[in-house]
Write a protein that binds this ligand. Structure first.
Ligand code: NAD
Length: 435
């Protein structure tokens, strides 16, 4: 790759025009994709190839409900790309799932896998349903029929699902069992995020937060800061947020504020994170009522003076409306899409280093890859080995993107897209187009 700062006038770059108040994560992703394609001078044919999924499947899922009546649900599986290897991506069950959303999330997975150098393409799936209204046995029948309808898509060498919104270890176990029954052999490597007893991996639950922290420590060292002299703010206290907060606390950082859906909790002297995790677990997974801190709003939390801000709740949290009020030195995107594309340049002008989601939260897919490797070997690693290899891959991905960002004088986010798109395009060129 040769050094070349992007001009914003190429065929790919569309003038953003007046921005809507809320940008969809897909629009944000496409804007960044176009910018990187422009830097790489990607030819039009390659651009068109990478902008579209290679396969989109819509299935009808008839389910006999507990009351004896048939209900028909719609399910999707989109493979954005599979030139780097079998495609990989979660399955979500939600009332508003639609093909466009699944397509966007599938392409996101392609870039994420490329950034951390796991040999997977990108995919995503979903079923439009309200899981809260389904009984456990209805959920099982829905999952098994969805899997049965996609038997020709899924496979350990073809396409490997994982959990996403409202799907969990149990859903993965049903998918694995349905696929295995049809193959007449146990095939654990067809899904990841399984229960450990069924071939899941040690360390998977903490993997995303652990990856966020590995990147954060690397970024702190680049700006010459010691973790034990740094102050940290975390938005969201679920899987990603609570693990990130706990591991930064263990590094000696002062975690001054965290939040969940009930609001923010601030203590400038530093919060007792292990105590907050205990409190949350005993309090129905909520921090509501935690009294050893001052209560603040989620908006105030984002604007606190701190060294590291980890948004780990949901998308669109930092936009052009509040980007100029952010005072952190480093933002590590634990969530997918917490910063909108139109906030990128504001944060860049303020000199804030943003570790982009497709790098920062890729620890989850990295340990999913380890799970797939272990299942195929039939040999399972200790948690210590999983964590060591995860840290190594995340650190090397961070260092690599840091180098690319220096080479092109671009941000880490732009570097992530440039690196990922260049890698997939180069692989495709070598493989050629099958005719
Ligand atoms: P989770 O459901 O375990 O936790 C979400 C947390 O965010 C909860 O504490 C919730 O109370 C809080 N929250 C929700 N809305 C909020 C708001 N408006 N303000 C403040 N807090 C709010 O989810 P998770 O698995 O930790 O995922 C969080 C984000 O990370 C999502 O964007 C997800 O897509 C992304 N992500 C997760 C993984 C993973 O392995 N779990 C991997 C990659 C990316």
């Amino acid at each position: 790759m040769s050094s070349n700062k992007a001009s914003q006038t190429s065929a790919y770059y569309k003038e953003p025009g007046p921005k809507l108040d809320k940008e969809s994560p897909f629009e944000s992703m496409m804007e960044r994709f176009r910018f990187a394609a422009d830097i790489l001078k990607l030819d039009e044919g390659m651009f068109q190839y990478l902008a579209r999924p290679v396969k989109q499947v819509i299935v009808s899922i008839p389910v006999v409900m507990d009351n004896g009546k048939i209900e028909v649900f719609e399910g999707y599986r989109v493979i954005h790309d599979n030139v780097l290897g079998p495609s990989k991506g979660g399955i979500r069950f939600a009332p508003d799932v639609n093909l466009d959303e699944v397509k966007a999330l599938a392409s996101w997975m392609t870039w994420k896998c490329a950034v951390v150098n796991v040999p997977f393409g990108g995919a995503k799936g979903g079923v439009r349903c309200d899981p809260k209204k389904l009984s456990q046995s209805e959920l099982e029948r829905l999952t098994r029929r969805y899997t049965a309808n996609l038997l020709e898509v899924f496979g350990p060498d073809r396409d490997i699902p994982a959990p996403d919104m409202n799907t969990n270890e149990q859903v993965m176990a049903w998918i694995m069992d349905t696929y295995s029954m049809n193959q007449q052999r146990t095939e654990t490597a067809v899904v990841t995020g399984k229960p450990i007893i069924l071939g899941g991996s040690q360390g998977r639950r903490e993997a995303t937060g652990r990856g966020v922290v590995t990147c954060t420590l690397a970024a702190l060292s680049k700006i010459g800061m010691m973790p034990n002299k740094s102050s940290v703010v975390v938005q969201g206290f679920g899987n990603v947020g609570s693990v990130s907060a706990e591991l930064m606390y263990e590094q000696g950082a002062k975690v001054i504020a965290v939040s969940d859906i009930s609001g923010g909790y601030l203590n400038k002297e530093g919060l007792d994170i292990p105590a907050m995790i205990r409190y949350m677990k005993e309090n129905n997974n909520s921090l509501e009522g935690y009294s050893e801190a001052d209560k603040i709003s989620n908006e105030e939390l984002l604007e606190l003076e701190c060294d590291v801000l980890i948004p780990a709740a949901k998308e669109d949290q930092i936009s052009r409306h509040n980007a100029d009020k952010i005072k952190a030195k480093i933002i590590a995107e634990g969530a997918n899409g917490p910063v909108t594309a139109n906030a990128d340049s504001i944060l860049e002008q303020k000199g804030i280093m943003v570790i982009p989601d497709i790098l920062a939260n890729a620890g989850g897919v990295t340990v999913s890859y380890f799970e797939w490797v272990q299942d195929r070997q039939g040999y399972f690693w200790t948690e210590e080995r999983v964590n060591r290899r995860l840290n190594r891959m995340m650190r090397s991905a961070f260092d690599n993107l840091y180098k690319v960002s220096g080479e092109y004088s671009i941000t880490l986010r732009q570097a992530a897209y440039v690196y990922a798109i260049d890698k997939v395009a180069a692989t495709l060129k070598l493989r050629g187009i099958y005719a």
